[in-house]
Write a protein of this length. Sequence first.
Length: 332
Amino acid sequence: MPFPLAGCAVLGMITAVPGSCSGPPTSSWDRDHAKHRADRRNPRRRCGGAGPRAAARGRGFRAAATGPWPAWGAADPRQRIGARALRDFSLRFGPIQTGVADRFRDPEVPEVGILSNIRRDGAPIGLADAGQDWHTDMTYTATRGFVNVLHAVEVPMRDGRPLGDTLFANMHAAYDDLPAEVQQRLDGMTATHDFNIFWERMRTRPGSSRPPLTAAQRAARPPAVHPVFLRHPITGRRVLYCNPGYAERINELDAAESARILEFLFAHQLQPKYQHAHRWSVGDVLIWDHLGTLHNAIPDYGPDEHRLMLRCQVMAERIFDPAFQQLWLKAA
């Protein structure tokens, strides 16, 4: 069965799989996408058309559609997706980022990153602490991130329960619920995002093996500036595009006021009502929209409880192109 993704990775915010939705039964995800509920019962109609669906056809992904909001994904414990297939599939959504500080890449397919706590011959095979705090990927680059494609090869288990959930927060709903005076005051303002903030935070964690970024690495990934409120290129709605992982300063405010407002925004966007937890299964392929979400990988497993993920980070070079937007909208 072709992987039914026509527009869903963006319009559905994230993709999910059967039995993996462990968020509250009534949440902002339900409210935010209530108008799609009829289509959710018919994923073929919801995801019909050409464009991205046709791009996914023939990739060999086994598909499923379920969950308390529009949710699409691929899950089958027999499913084994190689690095080349994952890369080729991800490229249909746009160009893939390659890291300046991540040495853990597939040796033959460098577009595919390796996230893992496994060690072989005394050396790590992947980045063990990737994403272990709230953030949005690639807000620290001038070209924003579009979607993340993550494939579960090994999932840690304890007492029959999978560990290492990934949490998501809905930034469409977070913006909608901001007080009107905050929306008006911050409209048109920008924030500076710095890769080194999150990197240094991870380095302070017990057991971290991350070295400090070199001067060359810092130069290769300088801070980037983005709107605090971003208009989503697919939904056309505003999202709160400012996250505690990388945002360091609202540029139009003095330092003290910027710190106060950022503290308010971060507390607001991380309220439980905006959150959803994805519980992993071996064989999952999860795709989420960076422009409209935050995420956080939960490190509730030990060094002997192995986790192995393959990842492609797709950049938003094409999705802000009106012609490409129309392709997605037509397919959705």
